[in-house]
Design a protein around this ligand. Structure first.
Ligand code: AMP
Ligand code: ZN
Length: 135
């Protein structure tokens, strides 16, 4: 897609530090890493986010994301990794071409866990019922 930075990186029109590439998937280093070795894995096909992307394409991308994440962990001697994707500005999405973040985790990386909250059992049950109606 014209004017999409990740389409341009996938096409080699903008430089990146590529880790992996095949006919459908590309992975490269994040320019502003959250941790040492933070990488992005995405489809070459342009789609704004996970909801807009066909399931078979997501499957191709996730298959490589798992493989690349394990490789990063081994290569950098990380203690684990987080794989995530943002959908929408409210979730923190800034580039509207689906991408999965692979964030290597280190025991002393200083990244804070998400702030968990307490809930009432009744609230959880109500939420589950609401969600099930939309499946
Ligand atoms: P998100 O906020 O989930 O949309 O993630 C976008 C990610 O893309 C951020 O982690 C950015 O640091 C990264 N990013 C933006 N531009 C580039 C670029 N030219 N090369 C590599 N990573 C980039
Ligand atoms: Zn794109």
């Amino acid at each position: 897609m014209k004017d999409c930075i990740f389409c341009k990186i996938a096409a080699g029109e903008i430089p990146s530090d590529k880790i992996y590439e095949d006919d459908k998937v590309v992975a490269f280093m994040d320019i502003r890493p959250v941790s040492r070795g933070h990488a992005l894995v995405l489809p070459k096909l342009h789609a704004a986010d996970i909801v807009e992307t066909p399931d078979d394409v997501i499957a191709d991308v996730m298959k490589q994301a798992k493989r690349i994440a394990v490789s990063i962990q081994h290569a950098l001697n990380a203690d684990g990794f987080t794989i995530s994707t943002n959908r929408g500005e409210a979730a923190g999405q800034t580039v509207f071409h689906l991408h999965f973040h692979i964030i290597p985790r280190y025991r002393k990386d200083g990244l804070k866990p998400w702030p968990h909250q307490e809930t009432e059992p009744r609230t959880r049950t109500q939420l589950a019922e609401e969600i099930k109606k939309h499946l």
